[in-house]
Design a protein around this ligand. Sequence first.
Ligand SMILES: Nc1ncnc2c1ncn2[C@@H]1O[C@H](COP(=O)(O)OP(=O)(O)OP(=O)(O)O)[C@@H](O)[C@H]1O
Ligand SMILES: [Mg+2]
Length: 448
Amino acid sequence: MTRGSLRMRFSLAVLAWIIGGLIVVGVGTSALFTRHIESRFHAELQQHLLELAELTIVSPDGSPRLERPLSDPRYAVPDSGFYWQVDRHGFPPLRSPSVTKGGLDTALAHQPDIFHRPANGPTGVAMTYGFTRPIADGSGYLHYLIATDQRHLDDVTKAFEAELIGWLSLLALALLATGGLVILYTLKPLNRLAGTVAAVRSGSARRMGGKWPSEITPLVHDLDGLLQANEEMVSRARLEAGNLAHGLRTSLAILTDEAETLAKGPAGESAITLLDQCRQIERQLDWHLARARAKASFGGPGTEMPDALLPIIAAMRRLHQARTVHFEVTGGPPATLAIDSRDFAEIVSNLADNAGKWATSLINIGWHTQDGGLCLVFTDDGPGIPADEIARAFAPGQRLDENIMGNGLGLAIAQDLARLAGGEVRLSARVDGSKGLVATCILPIKSA
Ligand SMILES: Nc1ncnc2c1ncn2[C@@H]1O[C@H](COP(=O)(O)OP(=O)(O)OP(=O)(O)O)[C@@H](O)[C@H]1O
Ligand SMILES: [Mg+2]
């Protein structure tokens, strides 16, 4: 996942959505629950306050007392956090058995309507309710107070929040996992797209084709259109190159013929230069034609080894028979190569021709498979090429040995065509240290 990739963008969006959503859900749920619990507490305490007022009677001596204890037993447990108190001016306050120290703030019970607020109680901050009522005989007022420690409310909300956080964390994990699966699922066509584009690039597929999601289909159609236009352009260019070469070749043949005739006459020197130039033009034409053809021949039927090789070697034997060099074919396993047969012929004839030109007496040709490719090895017993000159030998137009006829294009053509097919030509000294050159051509084997 790289920065700025679609996968990264989706992941960040999903993460922000899940975290943001869960925070809103968590805060909202907690607030809702606290409000609900508080309102239940309040209703309950107001009920207790009214019950307290109902049960309070005034003794003959004027002091307040309760007819019977409150129905909630928690007011009888010392320091339970549930307290009540009844005050009458001039009398000691009447308090629940739960109050063991201190008391409730009577200032909160000086109004006829029930009023509540947090206030200091016997065991910490307590939600305190209070109101006052006149005594029936009009002799004064009774002030009623009920209080519950705030911690009771806080404990309930804290326990709820702890449980809520646990559940929300589980939900976050589940959402992240499903989010990841959703991203994988939705991006799958893009992975397939990348794979198909790579296949088209490598030449194993000619078109994108296939069924795609509606958002990608226009892109694939456009891409296929582009490939089609490209292919047409290449084959048109190839045809034009072929036509041009044909036209030039005919004129070139006439020129060469004329130069050959002239060479026998008095202007021999100039005619030889002319002939040389004609051969060079012919070679250049070969090279450019081979390149144009190779680029357009991707995905062809391939080349059979050794069937395609043997006739070329036979032709090379005839071409170099004047030098009395021996072409020996040691052989190797049969294979179908992923290269156009004309390109194969071009590569092999250039390597075999070089061996034929520079060998002293023997040329060996053998092949073996290696890493899904075929290594075709030409070994000669000629002067060889020093290791530091090998790169120069591949450069177009470079000849290391001016004594032997040539244009310095053979290795450049062979290397070009081999690379276009996904292979390579390598030159090296002989492993046994003896005089000569080893030219190895590695070509891909066609997969079944
Ligand atoms: N088997 C070999 N032994 C020794 N030198 C070689 C061999 N093959 C190539 N060379 C050297 O590398 C140079 C480049 O080879 P390349 O095939 O490109 O050109 P060329 O054979 O001279 O001309 P062309 O192939 O265009 O007719 C040659 O001029 C030669 O000096
Ligand atoms: Mg050559």
